[in-house]
Design a protein around this ligand. Sequence first.
Ligand code: AMP
Length: 250
Amino acid sequence: MERNRNVPLKSRGARSKRLRQPEALPQHLVLLGAPGVGKGTQGELLSARLGACHLSTGDIFRAATTLNECDRTPAITRALEHMQRGELVPDEIVLGLLTERGNRLCCGAGFILDGFPRTVAQAEALQECLAQHQIPLDVVVSYELPLEKIVARLSGRRICPNCKAVYHLEMHPPKVKGMCDVCGAALYQREDDRPESVRVRMEVYEKSTAPLVEFYRRDDLLVSISAEGTPEEVFMRTMNAFKKRQTVAR
Ligand code: AMP
């Protein structure tokens, strides 16, 4: 359970009544990184630790794939066509989402944005929206992994459509081939994880999203983290970087 950050913790067995400084962990985060670096998994882990709402634009678009065709708006139909080809959904559609759901950024416990922003235009729109609501952005985490490892991760990734558990054919295979360990559903490969879409997604990332690293570095919000290793190792690295940043800021 999330503890109240305003209440200082007593150090364990500290009869001297010395109080530990409360950890001021970030509450308003953006996660950047190429497809396949594990932003979604880190978003979940960080959300569980920080209590902030995990908001993923990719999840919103994927959820729309389960709608009947007649329930899809023209904008969503267009968005899904772009997504299936591995391209970015056009900015005007994504910014429409921000207008519709921008109030979710006011979530009292904070937010973790995963997959948004992905272009400079989206980053500027986010800045404007946050300024309107007087919400600061605390940190932008950029997860980094060499290209050949990204391709290997994406091509072997399999997902449970039911409970969203993520597997990898070699690094984290399910106990029974093709079946989710947790709920028994048949695993599937995301359409945009197929090799032809992966190539497009990597090109799009380099062209449109990589410039955001510089964008946020200029504002001194950027923390770069290696995405090598297990999700738990990457998570620990991230938390350590937050604590170090906090110490430097004091
Ligand atoms: P993700 O799960 O974040 O990798 O997103 C899957 C796909 O959804 C992307 O390849 C894009 O087609 C689309 N998408 C998600 N977020 C955005 C965004 N902020 N801007 C444009 N397209 C997006």
